[in-house]
Design a protein around this ligand. Sequence first.
Ligand code: GLC
Length: 732
Amino acid sequence: MFVGALRADVAPRPLYLDATQSIEARIDDLLPRLTLEEKLGFVHANSKFSAGGVERLGIPRLWLADGPQGVREEIGPDTWASAGWTNDFATAMPPGIGLAATWNPELAVATGRVIGEEARMRNKQVMLGPGLNIMRTPLGGRNYDYFGEDPWLAGRMTVGYVRGMQAEQVIACIKHFAANNQEQERGRINVEMDERTLREIYLPAFEAGVKEGGALAVMGAYNQFRGEHCCHNDYLLNQILKKEWGFTGAVISDWSGTHDTRQAVLNGLDLEMGTNGAYDDFFLAKPFREGIKAGTYPVALLDDKVRRNLRMLIATGALDQRRPGSINTAEHLATARRVAEEGIVLLKNTGGLLPLDPAKVTTIAVIGENAVRKFAAGGNSAGVKAFREITAFEGIVARAGAQANVTFSTGYRQPVRRSVYQVDAAGVRGSELSPAKPEEIESLAVRAVRAAQEADVVIFVGGLSHQTFGDDEGTDRRDLSLTAHQDELIARIVAVNPRTVVALITGSPVVMDPWLAKVPAVLQAWYGGSEAGTALAAVLFGDVNPSGKLPCTFPKSLKDSPAHAAGLARQFPGENGTEHYDEGLLVGYRWFDTKQIEPLFPFGYGLSYTQFAYTNLKVVSGTAAATATVQFDLTNTGTREGAEVAQVYVHSAHPRLARPEKELKGFAKVALKPGETKTVTIPLTSRAFAFYDPAQSAWSAEAGAYTIQVGGSSRDLRLEANYQLTTTTVGR
Ligand code: GLC
């Protein structure tokens, strides 16, 4: 019988490779084994989207990938060019604005999970998303990528997305920290704002992502804040993120967002990505090495950065048997479809034109290039090489084509990217655009009007192009209008066929003169990802009752918007390299409500194919978990099942410091069958009543009179109750 003897030279598995040990114990065991060179390898890139790796110790590289709506195609490895792989197709989820429009935190979790599973399949440890910058201006080029204008809604979406993704052993890198609210001069613009505005508007979603979501990565923004680049900003990174919020993960620079070795070493940057030039010339490479050897920088600073990177790497199971991922599955596509369906906002439905019944119409004219345009690859870094992307036209034909004759007419042509376009330091493709020529515009319009005349009903699919100047990274929009003369075309179409539905595919607000008054039905559909067309058709034909609500105000005109009202360059897009957020706290509906300006469609607005009633509001004093509990009954008084997003706003009657007219502090999405009533309970913590008091460097929920308002939008408040906060709570 063979008696196996333990070979003397087989060393026991080192502790850092023991998955039963804690992450901290594994880091403690691994760190001393690393040479200076190996440590430095963790804090700067060694390809466009990787860093670190110590082969002799069995430590793999850390692989990162964009983006917030799906795993981007393989890039590089050392340039911004596509790697030309054929196995890097992925599921395109609706982008941030479309997810926020669902007001469904469960779908934020589901989105994080889908992208996490697909990232694991592609051997990525860090996903560069979600993006959560507040929509300060409707012109913002990346509004599509973010969660809208309200900190509370953005925070709920962030927490769900991060939890869902990190449950899949993939790190969510929340971005761009902070105040990256426009694209113009994004790499250098210096943003100035008062402390309350920072704390109450631009930081809360990040704070929630770190404290509640447990995000283990934060990406520094390109811009400067109070004179220091955000990728190495002592106040933002060391004082607030790491010291105040207790962030234990890694701060990752935006690509080519690092500008100074000393600041990068001392001000909280942990991983430098995307700097131009050779990897050893990065700010945290040779200059950092030389600084350590010269005694300028203590090794302890490097060790802390390495710890933070190892914390991410080990948390993803990269040193262990990581679960296999999955990609482009039916389940992922079903989730993408649900997010797209629940994000569609019904803006108008006069006379009940919607939902359409294809059995009762002979001809449906689908008009508009956006009906056949694919958007998933748009947006530069957020683009996804979609395994599947159903266009609006495909969705409508699949749903109604067997019962009705569905025609198509281009109607208008979005501006075309000229062949020559430059790629900037951040890999952003800017391009010159060629709009259609007058004769082409007219011939397309004439054909579209004729198609409208020959149809029982028209579905006009309009919107933006999701390319330069039209919802795209690197450029802001130039105005709020639809592109390619769509406004005039819609007016001509509805003049010959009043049974016209307009479905807008955009990532940000648009104005709707002169046609809105004449068009009976309007849907805001956002970019919808892989199942965009399926989802739109499901809502158009009534398989799904729309339940989306606007995550941002649609203004009647740009000058009604807070960053544009004064028409001062210092407010937007900035002048002499600095931009002042003079509107302060009054962002989005906070501005429109406080200044009593009528929007085109208000924040939180969205219709349904049924109706809801709100009754029996009670606000009861708090328990341990909540300072106050808001309770009310919600009834579906219509004939179809549907879901309502009930919103809770807090108004402070006599604030010691100026506060917005009201602020969203809670919401719940409630599904109800016809005639069904549910009692809804929404807890409010002390933070819901608090403002940030710079004098105390703390949040203060001050005793006094408040009004709790409940309804289906920020301007449809059905119930109201006075509430007296009896004690003042001050805290962080
Ligand atoms: C880009 C974007 C950032 C992205 C990164 C890598 O310029 O600002 O969101 O994750 O660079 O592509």
